[in-house]
Design a protein around this ligand. Structure first.
Ligand code: URP
Ligand code: ZN
Ligand code: ZN
Ligand code: ZN
Length: 484
């Protein structure tokens, strides 16, 4: 059975042009004028784009004494409903647990996925077992990206020596390093001080994680990665301080990418000072939302290319879960949702007012990350031979975001009441129509794991560069005799 998407404008990261797209057996087989197929999808007035890739989700994540509520069922339904056709989640070993063991847990959870997915591996502790298993994770399990938490002291946080050891191992294996950049020691100290002095509400969360803790950690990770010779991807860049560190590093030729979240681009720190405790606590995530000046910096980064990807860090907790932190903001589970809203929010606040072009929209929601994670052009592309993961975005379709209409299983939405446009008319996952004229047609278990090979182009270039410039001993013919 073939499907043709007819009458739309194909929009990729580099081009926009009128064409039909033919799909057979889950793959794009022709792009051109006047194509026909067994099933025809009318894309008149729409943009035909690579489906979104969200490289930062935490589905059913064990965290802060609970589990995030959206799992691979509700999470990937939310993804598809918003035009995202692939998510990359984090396999999280408990301290002392092996990487391969943790991976089995994530394999089981992901069996319910409605769209394709991949994993990053987290390095939450360091030892011989981790060092050894990294090789198998990369070579046999199709994972080429490893996350390091510089925050969450006492649980997920790793120290600089562990990070440097891990980064060097990743350089050997041709993988890339990811960091959650916040100085966890300073956060722990500031939090304790705020609690002692009587700030117990969600505003304490924002006060305990000022932009400096993020900027310092981002800069530290960048320098450690450069010394280890590994490409670095900084997740959830929320402020000018860490953006500045990334910008400076990129200008100096270092291989660093930055990922702002749609939440940080569109919501600000005022949320934490809301009179309603629930309202504020629902928005507690790390790093916290920032001021308008920081938002302007993030938008400028997307426009200039110093920031590369817009993600969500989707990690959704119910109001009841958030209430664990009544009386102590450090116990509020950290995380917010966003999977269903990332693309419409970015279209509405990015493309509609003219901050981003449609091509830049595709680049930061799909193509750039497919290249960084080494799954391009299978994903992130409208090309013959690519998987038919396609978003037919209708710029005229509008809605008001409401928790009552969402796929996410939680009881609120941080974007509640936002008017958005740029909604999916169709979403296809490997050729299967998952959103049909705006209506979700879920298929639990349809999603497949996307294996990603190591030694992508940037990894190879950086390895060569580090070999070219590595320290070499000076060959001295006439070494003077020692002593007198
Ligand atoms: O607050 C957040 N971001 N929760 C999810 C875990 C993480 O730090 O990415
Ligand atoms: Zn294995
Ligand atoms: Zn994080
Ligand atoms: Zn995260």
């Amino acid at each position: 059975m073939s499907t043709v998407i007819r009458g739309g404008t194909v929009v990729t990261h580099d081009l926009s042009y009128r064409a039909d797209v033919l799909i057979e057996d889950g793959t794009i087989t022709q792009i051109g004028e006047g194509l026909t197929g067994d099933t025809e999808l009318d894309a008149t007035g729409c943009y035909v784009m690579p489906g979104g890739i969200d490289p930062h989700t935490h589905l059913e994540m064990p965290f802060m004494g609970t589990h995030s509520t959206d799992d691979f069922d509700s999470g990937t339904r939310a993804a598809l409903a918003g035009g995202t056709t692939m998510v990359v989640d984090f396999a999280l070993p408990q301290p002392g647990q092996g990487l391969l063991d943790a991976l089995k847990t994530w394999d089981n959870k992901s069996a319910r996925a409605h769209c394709d997915y991949s994993f990053h591996m987290a390095v939450t502790w360091w030892g011989e077992q981790v060092f050894d298993e990294m090789q198998e994770v990369v070579a046999k399990h199709g994972i080429n990206s490893f996350k390091h938490f510089m925050a969450y002291k006492g649980s997920l946080m790793v120290q600089d020596d562990e990070m440097f050891a891990s980064f060097q191992r990743l350089a050997e294996l041709g993988a890339i390093a990811l960091v959650h950049a916040e100085n966890g020691d300073v956060v722990a100290d500031l939090s304790a001080k705020l609690l002692r002095e009587g700030t117990t509400g969600p505003e304490g969360h924002a006060y305990s994680r000022p932009p400096q803790v993020e900027g310092e950690a981002a800069n530290r990770a960048i320098m450690i990665a450069d010394m280890a010779g590994v490409p670095l991807y900084v997740v959830h860049v929320s402020c000018e301080q860490s953006h500045e560190a990334i910008r400076r590093a990129r200008q100096a030729g270092m291989r660093v990418w930055g990922e702002p979240l749609i939440q940080h681009l569109t919501l600000d720190e005022g949320e934490y000072f809301h009179a309603d405790w629930d309202h504020a606590a629902r928005r507690v995530m790390s790093p916290p939302f920032r001021s308008k000046a920081h938002q302007a910096s993030l938008w400028a980064g997307l426009q200039s290319g110093s920031l590369s990807v817009v993600a969500t860090d989707h990690c959704a907790f119910t109001t009841a879960q958030k209430r664990t932190g009544v009386g102590d903001f450090t116990k509020i589970p950290n995380g917010t949702g966003g999977l269903e809203d990332r693309l419409p929010m970015l279209w509405t606040h990015g493309v509609v007012p003219g901050r981003l072009t449609p091509n830049e929209f595709v680049a930061v929601t799909s193509t750039n990350i497919a290249k960084i994670l080494n799954c391009y052009p299978r994903k992130g592309a409208i090309r013959v031979g690519s998987d038919a993961d396609i978003l037919v975005l209708d710029p005229a379709r509008e809605k008001t975001i409401a928790a009552t209409d969402q796929q996410s299983a939680i009881d609120y939405n941080v974007f509640e009441g936002q008017q958005v446009s740029g909604l999916p008319r169709y979403v296809l996952s490997r050729g299967r129509v998952m959103v049909d004229d705006g209506t979700l047609k879920p298929a639990e278990g349809h999603g497949r794991f996307v294996a990603r090979a190591p030694r992508g182009e940037v990894s190879r270039a950086l390895t060569s560069w580090k070999e070219t410039t590595r320290p070499r001993p000076v060959d001295r013919a006439g070494i003077p005799a020692s002593g007198v």
